[in-house]
Design a protein around this ligand. Structure first.
Ligand SMILES: Cc1cc2nc3c(=O)[nH]c(=O)nc-3n(C[C@H](O)[C@H](O)[C@H](O)COP(=O)(O)OP(=O)(O)OC[C@H]3O[C@@H](n4cnc5c(N)ncnc54)[C@H](O)[C@@H]3O)c2cc1C
Length: 412
């Protein structure tokens, strides 16, 4: 079948690749000049099934409305926050109902995705920066309590997650700063880290070898049925397809005119710095459970990531979050980064649904499929979501139950 994929972020690239593996004729339309230029550009590298749904944890936003709005660990309201954002926020805050079920669904999808990614990496000999294992740090008993639902769920599943004493945690991450208040830590040995952008570029090359056609610098302005499924582009006119898959990240709402879809963009930042002294750097990945800032070794660099703001814009200043990232890096791994060399401070938007699960499956319009709104788990879920969507298009039974991610729960 002739299939168009709109968007060449990590989700679009994985989708195009899986569809090509199934023998379809695939064309990708991307408004930027290269792959992974938006949310997938310099995102944090966590592929963390164990924490896949952390941002929608009931204890976190619910504990205090004020804390959720003001604390750096909660979602903050940026300049330009709209009524639509606030409507989403109120829906999201109400979402703790059924949290454990959604947490399990997110974990299952992220785990499946990691396995799929590892299989593709071997099959296609993909080369990208990777590391294994993650430490979640708790500064106080209160931080542990904020994660108690996740911890209970992980225990119930028999997941490889072990609570460590501060001494045990420091043995795993010996460079962790002595000033870091440490009450306990959760070791997640099977969670992984990988460079999302590098993976996207490597998979793009393999997809091209499989015959996928990439149309860069080509924005899709509309999708219509005339009666065939027609894609309208700014550069290549109109083109007809049997199916269209929207992997448009935060560009989804305007393109597909799903006005009732309660999706919103949440802005976060990352800071990437060269390592000055490897012995002072993290061995793998550390997530501060209090501030929600993560610090990861990524090849010869360290990537620090955090913040969650509604209503922002791409070039808006992000002073408070970048200060938090610098400070966390300095206290957690002092002397690790080389501040004399160029650093990259980057801000990107992830698309969120109110329940923090993606929209994956038929859109309700014949031949138009969605694979988007993965929130802060797009990299963790990309390979698995792509495989599941390819199975749906082919009419093959999906390997996972996709009930909770079906777009029909929000759009009709
Ligand atoms: C700071 C930060 C840290 C993060 N950390 C993690 C993490 O540790 N782990 C994790 O799993 N996830 C993380 N995420 C989330 C993750 O980055 C996103 O979920 C993921 O990149 C989304 O991928 P995507 O392909 O859906 O969207 P994008 O990468 O945004 O790709 C969408 C593409 O569609 C294109 N597009 C949109 N509309 C059109 C149109 N009309 N015509 C043509 N092209 C169009 C865009 O140009 C874009 O290239 C993080 C995000 C940020 C910002």
């Amino acid at each position: 079948m002739k299939i168009a994929v709109i968007g060449a972020g990590i989700v679009g690239i994985c989708t195009a690749y899986e569809l090509a593996l199934d023998g379809h004729s695939v064309s990708v339309f991307e408004r930027h000049g290269a792959v992974a230029e938006e949310a997938s550009f310099a995102c944090a590298p966590h592929q963390s099934p164990s924490l896949a749904h952390a941002m929608a944890a009931p204890a976190w936003p619910q504990s205090s409305r004020l804390r959720a709005l003001l604390s750096p660990s909660g979602i903050s309201l940026g300049r330009g926050t709209s009524w639509k954002d606030l409507r989403w926020l109120s829906g999201w805050k109400a979402a703790p109902k059924g949290f454990l079920e959604r947490f399990a669904a997110a974990q299952t999808l992220a785990r499946y995705s990691l396995e799929r990614q590892q299989a593709l990496t071997l099959q296609a000999s993909l080369v990208f920066e990777q590391s294994q294992g993650q430490l979640l740090l708790f500064r106080s008993e209160r931080d542990v309590l904020a994660y108690q639902d996740q911890l209970a769920a992980l225990n119930a599943q028999g997941a490889a997650a072990k609570v460590l004493t501060p001494e045990e945690a420091r043995k795993l991450e010996p460079a962790l700063g002595s000033d870091v208040a440490l009450h306990a830590a959760l070791h997640l040995p099977h969670d992984a880290q990988g460079n999302c952008r590098q993976f996207a570029h490597a998979l793009r090359d393999k997809a091209t070898e499989l015959g996928v056609r990439f149309h860069f610098s080509t924005a899709v302005s509309a999708v219509s049925h005339t009666p065939a499924i027609t894609l309208h582009t700014d550069r290549l006119g109109t083109q007809q397809f049997d199916h269209i898959v929207a992997c448009t990240g935060s560009g989804a709402a305007s393109l597909l005119a799903f006005k009732q879809a309660p999706l919103t963009r949440v802005w976060s930042c990352s800071l990437s710095a060269h390592i000055r002294e490897p012995l002072n750097a993290p061995r793998s990945a550390v997530l501060d459970g209090h501030s929600q800032v993560s610090i990861t070794r990524l090849g010869g660099r360290i990537r620090v990531s955090g913040g969650a703001e509604l209503g922002g814009r791409q070039h808006q200043k992000h002073g408070a979050v970048s200060k938090l990232l610098y400070q966390t890096l300095q206290t957690h791994f002092p002397g690790a980064a080389d501040f004399s060399r160029s650093m990259q401070l980057w801000r990107g938007a992830s698309m969120f649904s109110p329940d923090a699960l993606p929209l994956l499956g038929p859109s309700g319009r014949p031949g138009i499929w969605l694979n988007l709104a993965h929130g802060h788990n797009g990299w963790s879920m990309a390979c698995g979501s792509a495989r599941l969507l390819a199975d749906m298009i082919r009419g093959r039974a999906a390997e996972l139950d996709t009930t909770l991610v079906q777009p029909g729960r929000f759009i009709s």
